[in-house]
Design a protein around this ligand. Structure first.
Ligand SMILES: [Zn+2]
Length: 465
């Protein structure tokens, strides 16, 4: 008997521990961890001396190939592979008609799922989908069973923009989400507060991006979160607050978790390392919604990740060109920033080197927790029998983030010039090397659509932190 691959001599980082151990891979899965001398002979052996061996990053919040993001699956997931990301969850948008739409006519949620699955045939990494409800049409409820059948286990809703749902409709969605044991994924900002403040800034001629955070304040984020979480709790629905940016919004999640409700929260790498001063330094490049906040909010993200109210760090990757961002008035800028390639090193450096968190803390926030939260039992761990999605990571190598190295079509980085210690050396997807020392070696189509099961959130309550 032989195995396909042995990675020996590294430090294994699991969600719980750091082990001096070797990994054997067979048929795309982790066959064993332990002492290589006890393993069968290997077709290939890799020396990981001096490196960390971590599960591949699971990024549950990315925008690839639509609805506005300019990355194709090939370019977006090439960036992911270089960044140690081996699975992601992208969005399938129910087509709508409106000023912000890219569609000529309305479409169903099921069509959206099928469309994204087709596009994803060029993916270099494994991917799943969230279904996005963009319209207040109850017909969508009839589709939910079929959507589940297609492997989609979560439903995204917005409270803002023209696709924002009213509290009344959202309340109905939560009932359906609860009945079917799906996960509700929420973008929360109070639309009327943000719209009025935006209009005021426009009227005052406050065009510079430094004013942008005033248009979408932390309390508007917390207000909408409060409404949505309360409705989810009444319905008994699983609630996942995406891209939490502020102490106030994180406190809402913490409060409702305290009563035993099924409430979880995510923040993004950029909210843990950047603050609103970035708008002075970088202009409109970091225009994202919600905005970057204050240094205190940045600290709050780590406090709440440590405490467990927040449990996941994602990228909210959206690819635009610099030209889409650099416009005269901040409100004309495209919203979103790319981050898949730099996210792991940037968050690792911030958490471990600058704030003293452990390696397993990083693995929990970026690998294990997103996998468990979203029904990906074969991902985010080094347990034998799970997919051999692995990152070889050098915790000692220092380098400077440079957008010239981007695989994404986005030709800038909000981390440009940032010096980080910790670098992705190799990325494996189900035992196959897909990125090697900064070179993409995987092929489009290597990645599979992952049919997700509806997750059980009770089995990991104790060890989420
Ligand atoms: Zn997003």
């Amino acid at each position: 008997m032989t195995v396909d691959l042995v990675i020996a001599g590294g430090k294994l980082v699991t969600p719980e521990n750091i082990l001096d151990a070797d990994v054997a891979v067979a048929d795309g899965e982790i066959a064993a961890i332990g002492d290589e001398r006890t393993f069968p002979d290997a077709e290939r052996a890799v020396d990981a001396s001096g490196l960390l061996v971590m599960p591949g990053v699971v990024d549950p919040h990315v925008h690839i190939d639509g609805y506005l993001s300019k990355d194709s699956y090939e370019s977006g997931t090439s960036a992911a592979a270089l960044g140690g990301v081996t699975s992601c969850i992208n969005f399938a948008w129910e087509a709508w008609v409106g000023d912000l739409s890219v569609w000529e006519e309305e479409g169903t949620l099921l069509e959206a799922v099928e469309r994204q699955k087709r596009k994803g045939e060029d993916s270099l990494i494994d991917f799943g989908l969230h279904g996005v409800i963009t319209r207040e049409d109850p017909a969508v409820f009839q589709e939910l069973d079929d959507v589940i059948e297609e492997g989609v286990a979560s439903i995204k809703m917005f409270t803002a923009y023209e696709i924002g749902l009213s509290n009344g409709f959202m309340n109905r969605v939560f009932e359906h989400v609860a009945d079917r044991d799906l996960v509700a994924v929420l973008h929360t900002e109070d639309a009327s507060v943000c719209n009025h403040l935006t209009a005021q800034l426009k009227a005052e001629g406050k065009t510079h991006p430094r004013y942008y955070p005033q248009a979408r304040p932390d309390y508007a984020e917390a207000m909408a979160a409060e409404n949505a979480v309360r409705m989810a709790q009444e319905a008994g629905a699983k609630y996942y607050g995406i891209h939490t940016t502020s102490r106030k919004a994180a406190n809402v999640i913490e409060f409702y978790q305290g009563d035993g409700s099924e409430v979880r929260g995510e923040t993004c790498t950029h909210y843990t390392v950047l603050d609103e001063s970035a708008y002075e330094q970088q202009g409109s490049l970091p225009i994202i919604a919600p905005p970057l906040r204050t240094p205190d909010d940045r600290d709050a993200m780590f406090e709440q990740l440590h405490g467990g109210a927040l449990s996941v760090v994602s990228t909210d990757h959206v690819a635009f060109a610099r030209a889409d961002k650099e416009v005269e008035n901040w409100w004309d800028s495209s919203f979103g920033a790319n981050g898949l390639q730099a996210s792991l090193p940037v968050f690792f450096d911030a958490a471990v080197n600058r704030r003293g968190f452990s390696y397993p803390f990083v693995v929990r926030a970026m690998c294990a927790n997103p996998a468990r939260t979203f029904g990906l039992p074969g991902k985010g761990t080094l347990e034998p029998g799970t997919d051999a999605d692995l990152v070889l990571f050098d915790p000692e190598e220092t380098y400077t983030i440079d957008a010239a190295e981007n695989a994404s079509v986005a030709d800038y980085s909000i981390y440009e010039g940032r010096e980080v210690t910790g670098r992705v050396k190799r990325t494996y997807l189900r035992g196959e090397l897909i990125a090697d020392e900064g070179e993409v070696v995987g092929e489009p189509g290597n990645g599979n659509f992952v049919h997700r099961e509806r997750p059980d959130w009770n089995d990991d309550r104790a060890d989420r932190r």
